[in-house]
Design a protein around this ligand. Structure first.
Ligand code: PGA
Length: 255
């Protein structure tokens, strides 16, 4: 993993944004894997800024990591609505090219298989954007998720339900289940960029980067991925043992 520590989340998001925007510039029909949550919002602003300055997103295709199960795409807290509001409506992207699992899918295994097949048919994900849960989840792959898992129905942890309660009127309204790409699905992306900001992520980040690879911290599976860049702010990097080395390595990249 390449670990990039920035002073602030804002700075880290600018670096990640430049990476994504350059990739779209080089390949106008790039396939992007996208994430929801507070973390990628500044990255999405960088994408919107570039699009408003002329970068063409009209042929870009996207696949989101996950969706709450049991709520409709129109639900105010659905991830489909989140993506439409925060990103898709602000880009010149064709909504037909954007994919989010359907939280109301009736035949869940068939829907998940179709989602996986659509990713394959698009040629696979070129860049997968990831956040990390305070419990180490990527997508909604909670601790104990198989590191070979595929898109499927999962049960959220109590930690995730309580972390996400801030978006709902009461914790009782947070869905208990979600459809999520699996860790195995994520690992097939050609490049992964994981953004982790804030002190409440420091423990999960330490486990993901410097811990042993374990299904107890699904993000640690990225240690097996050949091209992952982790963007951190100082607070999320606080517990890392090799912080000085990551800074040194970032400043002394081999050609
Ligand atoms: P957050 O969520 O960006 O809202 O902290 C991250 C995640 O759960 O993956």
């Amino acid at each position: 993993m390449e670990v990039i520590i920035s002073k602030t989340a804002e700075e880290a998001s600018q670096l990640a944004g430049a990476l994504v925007n350059n990739a779209v510039r080089n390949n106008p029909s790039l396939v992007l894997g996208l994430a929801t949550g507070s973390t990628p919002l500044s990255l999405y602003k960088e994408m919107v800024k570039a699009c408003r300055a002329g970068l063409d997103y009209s042929r870009v295709r996207t696949f989101n990591l996950d969706e709450y199960y049991g709520i409709s795409p129109e639900h105010p807290q659905s991830y489909r609505k989140f993506m439409n509001d925060h990103l898709f409506s602000k880009l010149n992207i064709d909504l037909k090219n954007t994919h989010v699992p359907d939280g109301l899918a009736r035949d869940v295994p068939a829907h998940c298989a179709t989602y996986e097949a659509a990713i394959k048919a698009a040629g696979g994900i070129d860049i997968q954007v990831l956040g990390i849960g305070s419990d180490g989840h990527i997508g909604f792959n909670e601790p104990t998720s198989s590191l070979a898992s595929r898109t499927r129905l999962v049960t959220l942890t109590q930690q995730t339900v309580s972390d996400n309660a801030r978006f709902f009127a009461t914790a009782d309204q947070v869905p208990r289940y979600a459809l999520s790409m699996g860790v195995g699905t994520i690992l097939e992306s050609k490049k992964c960029i994981m953004l982790c900001f804030g002190a409440n992520k420091a423990k999960a980040v330490k486990g993901a980067i410097e811990g042993g690879m374990s299904q107890f911290n699904p993000a640690s599976a990225l240690q097996m991925h050949p091209d992952t860049v982790v963007f951190l702010d100082e607070a999320a990097a606080a517990d890392l043992q090799l912080k000085d080395y990551y800074r040194w390595a970032a400043a002394n990249q081999p050609l």
